[in-house]
Design a protein around this ligand. Structure first.
Ligand code: AQP
Length: 355
């Protein structure tokens, strides 16, 4: 059977990018998985603290993320849905992997650069580097990909469904696994395959040259999976940036705003057309206002059942908290898989029993 693992940071309610690029894919995989497949989906709180978090916010975000994952359709009877920090083996394997991960390779990863607002060619090691990048870069943010590799390799994961922005980290994970195996002359870590959702990269509504992100300071740049109909309409009708070219065409380079709206509409409901290009052709003579109305309507229709489930979960939670119990059960099941593999890894590197 396959082992599927993926994670999401509890840094806010998931948005359409998280949903189309990752969460919906997780649910699809879950619902078509065989009895032999193992499915693990984690709220990666240890990753979230690589940038400064307010502790009260983080506690709430973790709960909201757990509720969001259940609301989109992950089923605790089929998938282990748990917070990463509950399974200490993630940190233990990270340390082991840190001892083979190269600083040079990590310094080329783009995520820490973008989180610090630096260009992709920034280097923390050169004397010419921006002092900000040398002094302010936190060790945890720099080694983020090593923790991510540990998350994945800990369960013998064969497939990782993620959005396109994570492809670079997955390649790092594969290289780390292969390097580790070569160093010990044993096939102990499994290099995982990436599964990319068809909607690889959903763009910001207000700046369609950037990806939609939870941490964008402008809340109108993203649609949350729990947004009300009027929020959705407001963000799409009033805030989404398009252009003044007449008619609708699909061209992600020349018309990023319009194309992003077409993508969103198509991927939210693939029954509307055969492809984003076809959808744009169908809408060729429609006004920008009419296009936006249709997009908002499609987004609202698809999110409505998710929003309803989310609100129900949160309401039940007030009467009888169950997210915490659910997490304990799932984390302890994940832990028992993790423990076995880590025992194996420790024994291969000479860190096992003294006998
Ligand atoms: N815009 C996007 N389009 C497609 N996929 C996306 N993902 C994120 N943004 C988009 C995918 O969602 C999963 C979970 O992401 P994450 O929370 O672990 O981290 P992220 O990629 O950094 O997402 P955000 O929303 O931008 O969060 P912050 O602002 O906290 O960093 C991943 O599979 C990711 O590819």
């Amino acid at each position: 059977g396959r082992v599927i693992f993926s994670g999401i940071q509890p840094t806010g309610i998931p948005h359409l990018g998280n949903y189309l690029g990752a969460l919906r894919e997780w649910v699809r995989i879950q619902n078509t998985a065989s009895e032999q497949d193992k499915l693990l989906f984690s709220v990666v709180d240890m990753h979230a603290i690589t940038v400064k978090q307010d502790s009260a916010d983080l506690r709430r975000y973790r709960r909201e993320m757990m509720a969001s994952l259940l609301a989109v359709g992950l089923d605790p009877l089929k998938s282990l849905v748990f917070t990463q920090g509950k399974v200490h083996q993630h940190a233990e394997l990270m340390w082991i992997l840190s001892c083979t991960a190269s600083m040079g390779y990590l310094s080329r990863m783009t995520q820490w650069k973008s989180k610090m607002g630096l260009g992709t060619d920034a280097s923390p090691f050169e004397s010419t580097a921006d002092p900000k990048s040398r002094e302010a870069l936190k060790l945890g943010l720099f080694s983020y990909p090593v923790l991510q590799a540990a998350d994945i390799l800990l369960y013998g994961t064969t497939h990782v469904p993620v959005g396109e922005d994570q492809a670079q980290h997955l390649e790092f994970t594969r290289q780390l696994a292969l390097g580790f195996n070569a160093a010990y002359g044993r096939t102990i870590l499994t290099p995982p395959e990436t599964i990319l959702a068809p909607a690889k990269r959903v763009m910001s509504l207000t700046d369609p040259t950037k990806k939609m992100s939870k941490s964008d300071e402008n809340p109108n740049s993203r649609i949350l999976i729990t947004d009300s109909k009027s929020d959705i309409e407001m963000k799409i009708m009033k805030k989404a940036l398009t252009d003044s070219i007449e008619g609708v065409t699909y061209d992600r380079q020349a018309r990023p705003g319009v194309s992003n709206l077409i993508d969103i509409m198509y991927y939210m409901d693939e029954s509307v057309a055969a492809s984003p290009e076809e959808l744009a052709k169908d809408m060729a003579n429609v006004s920008m206002r009419a296009l936006k109305e249709k997009v908002a309507e499609t987004v609202n229709r698809t999110l409505e059942p998710i929003r309803t489930r989310y609100n129900l979960i949160m309401k039940d939670e007030q009467r009888r908290p169950f997210l915490q119990d659910h997490n304990e059960v799932a984390a302890s099941a994940a832990k028992s898989i993790a423990k076995k593999r880590l025992r194996n890894i420790n024994s291969v590197i000479g860190m096992g029993t003294l006998q």
